[in-house]
Structure formats: structure tokens, C-alpha cells
Design a protein around this ligand. Structure first.
Ligand SMILES: Cc1cc2nc3c(=O)[nH]c(=O)nc-3n(C[C@H](O)[C@H](O)[C@H](O)COP(=O)(O)O)c2cc1C
Length: 370
């Protein structure tokens, strides 16, 4: 989850606390936010990034901390494309303009496959030529190398939400007439080049995930059949998991909006898992442990991801384990927490069994230590 708190792309104390809450709460994998593979690929001044070695030590602090809690440190690498050079979510993504930019850093030209702005409020993006494409593909690979140096064990490439990779995929944002536009295979070319370049430098024994917008969004054009084809092509290039999201590019077609009901993207995950034969991650309004467990048990996804609910309750994994009847649910928390919670459970069980008057010496010692 983007925090808009980074300093020249590098994480700060806020990230240690924010990610620390998630890792301590028992998340199996702790994903840091989308991080730009080059400075032009940031959305805002304060987006995080990993495009130069000076950023590595700050990320290393974060990954060491995540690992110390028994969670896997993971990073999402991305490029905002035509959605770049703007203010953050809290200012509704207003484009940077001469009046409201940093004196030392003017708005930067956002990149795109075609001269189509993200919205009428955005300036015309710079259309990527062949050199730009090669530069960005190389930036993804370099960022993957830096991710390893920074101690990450898992990379997810952000191919969703209307950012650069998605902009190449959708015919609404890609109207190129060269080998990167036109038919679906051509529109997939940039995506597959990024996948190949990252897989070539990322260790074979470490997982590489892909976040996809399984459908464009309201009035969009890229649909679930397209994503199944994409997933098959990504699988051949060594992508291990499709993280099934949606939205980010809208137009005027009949494509409906994706409803935001519990588990609203699970159907995408289920279809891709079955039709492309690749592992999937389900995300989106999955807040009830029973729903999460059912999705896994029914084989609709291999992994469950949570975002907003963890801001409310970073200990959700422990709460879920307790609610689902895992006997030693406290073990997903760090030992200093787990120990005392276990004792509390033992004492509660004791009182449920007998009255104070019936306690023996051993019972009293346990109560005293709780
Ligand atoms: C504050 C915030 C920041 C987000 N940043 C990212 C991001 O960096 N990369 C990404 O793929 N999705 C991002 N998302 C989307 C979430 O990963 C997730 O797909 C979405 O919120 C739906 O899941 P949820 O219902 O569990 O929140 C963000 C969501 C929020 C609320």
C-alpha cells in the first residue's frame, strides 16, 4: 500500500513502523508498496522507488526487520507511465503544475505508449520510442537486482491499475502502430519483455509474481479472456503467480464496473487458476477469516492478500487463526507476545474448568506467571 512518505524513493522511519505492524501481526508475506523502477516512474514526489544503489541500505533496514518477525520481505516494482508526475491520493491525483511543485524539481514528463492523457486534467504524456522502451525494460531488471541486494525474497511486478504496463495492454491507452500496438500479441510485447528481463536476473529459486488488472474497469476493453492469455504467456516466462486485481483504465464501452462486494475479484482468480493453470492470489474486500479460508479450500486461489483491513487491524492473521480454531493461534505473533497470550489462554481454560478453591499448587504457579 503506497504511503507517499518516501524520501527520494527511499523508505523512512514511517515505513519501519508501518511494515513492522504488518510483519509483527503474522502476515506470511509482507509486501512493501509499489516502488518505481526509475524516477520518472513515480506517481508523486514521495512515492517509493528502487532505481539507485543509494536507496538500498534504507530498504535493507526494512527487509531485515520484516525477516526478523518470520515474514517474507516482498517488493512490488512498477512504473506509473502516464499516471506519473502528480500529487497523491489525498489530493485526488491532481497533476503537478508550475505553481505547486518543488522549486528544485519541476514536474517531469510522464511516459505512455500513445499520446493519450490519463484524464483531461493530465498533460499530454511523452510517447515512448524504441529507446524509451528499452530503457524502461532495463530499469525493471536493474531494480530487480537492487531488490535482491536490499534483501527482498519476492518480487511482484505491477502490471495493473492503469500504470505503464497496463497502459500497453489495453487498446484504450495503446494505439501504437508499431510492433508494440495493434493486435493483442503486440500489446503484450512490452509486458513480456519486462517479465523476461526481470526473470533473467532474479534467482530461479525465488518467486516472481505479477499483479494484473484482470479487466480494465468501467467502460474498458481489456477483459478476462485477455488476462487468461496473458497469464499463459507469463507462465511460460517463469512468472509463478498471478495476483488478480482489476481496474485503472476506463472508457465508453459496455464493460461494467466491478462491484466492490466481499471477495469481488475471487472469480477472476478462480478463472485464471483453472484456465491458465497457474497459481493465483485473491485480493479485494476479503476481511472475514471464514471467507478467506473458504476461497483457499475451494481452490479458487492459492494465496489471500489483504490491504485496507490490515490498516485497521494489523494483527488480522492472529485473529483469523483464533477465529478459525487453530489451537496455537498465538504462534503467528512474535514470541514475546505469543508467550503471554498463551499463558492467558491457559489460565482462562483453568478457570473454565474449576473454581478458585479447587486450584492446586501447580495451578496457582501458572496463574501467578500469567
Ligand atoms: C492506501 C492504499 C495503497 C495502495 N497501494 C497499492 C500499491 O502500491 N500497489 C497495488 O498493487 N495496489 C495498491 N493498493 C490496492 C490494494 O493492494 C488492494 O488491491 C485493494 O485495496 C483491495 O484490497 P482490500 O479490499 O484488501 O483493501 C492500495 C490500496 C490502498 C488502500
Amino acid at each position: 500500500m503506497c504511503q507517499y512518505a518516501s524520501d527520494d524513493g527511499a523508505p523512512v522511519d514511517w515505513h519501519l513502523v508501518h511494515m513492522g505492524r504488518l510483519a509483527m501481526g503474522g502476515a506470511g508475506i509482507s509486501f512493501v508498496e509499489e516502488s518505481a523502477v526509475e524516477a520518472r516512474g513515480r506517481k508523486t514526489y514521495r512515492c517509493s522507488g528502487l532505481w539507485k544503489s543509494e536507496q538500498v541500505p534504507a530498504w535493507r533496514r526494512v527487509t531485515d526487520m520484516i525477516r526478523s518477525f518470520g515474514s517474507v520481505p516482498a517488493i512490488q516494482l512498477g512504473h506509473s507511465g502516464r499516471k506519473g508526475s502528480c500529487h497523491g491520493a489525498m489530493q485526488d491525483w491532481a497533476p503537478l503544475s508550475a505553481e505547486n511543485t518543488r522549486p528544485d524539481e519541476p514536474p517531469w514528463p510522464a511516459l505512455a505508449p500513445s499520446p493519450i492523457p490519463d484524464s483531461p486534467a493530465h498533460p499530454l504524456p511523452h510517447v515512448m520510442d524504441r529507446d524509451d522502451i528499452d530503457t524502461v525494460v532495463a530499469a525493471f531488471a536493474r531494480s530487480a537486482v537492487l531488490s535482491r541486494e536490499a534483501g527482498f525474497n519476492l518480487i511482484e511486478i505491477h502490471g495493473a491499475h492503469g500504470y505503464l504496463i497496463h497502459q500497453f495492454l489495453s487498446p484504450l491507452s495503446n494505439q501504437r502502430e508499431d510492433g508494440y500496438g495493434g493486435c493483442r500479441n503486440n500489446r503484450m510485447r512490452f509486458t513480456l519483455e519486462v517479465a523476461e528481463a526481470v526473470r533473467a536476473v532474479w534467482p530461479d529459486d525465488l518467486p516472481l509474481w505479477w499483479r494484473a488488472s484482470c479487466v480494465d474497469g468501467l467502460g474498458g476493453a481489456w477483459d478476462l479472456d485477455d488476462t487468461v492469455e496473458l497469464a499463459l504467456a507469463l507462465k511460460c516466462r517463469g512468472i509463478d503467480m498471478i495476483d488478480c486485481s482489476s481496474g485503472g483504465i476506463s472508457g465508453n464501452t459496455a464493460m461494467p464496473a466491478v462491484p466492490r462486494t466481499p471477495g469481488y475479484q475471487v472469480g477472476f482468480s478462480d478463472t485464471i487458476r483453472r484456465k491458465a493453470g497457474i497459481a493465483t492470489c485473491a485480493v479485494g474486500e476479503i476481511t472475514e477469516p471464514k471467507l478467506a479460508e473458504t476461497i483457499l479450500q475451494q481452490g479458487q486461489a492459492d494465496v489471500i492478500a489483504l490491504a485496507r483491513e490490515l490498516m485497521l487491524d494489523a494483527n488480522w492473521p492472529a485473529r483469523a487463526a483464533r477465529q478459525l480454531g487453530i489451537e496455537t493461534w498465538w504462534d503467528v505473533l512474535p514470541p514475546a507476545y505469543a508467550h503471554r497470550l498463551e499463558r492467558r489462554e491457559q489460565v482462562r481454560a483453568l478457570y473454565a474448568e474449576r473454581d478458585d478453591a479447587d486450584m492446586d499448587e501447580q495451578d496457582r504457579l501458572l496463574i501467578e506467571s500469567s
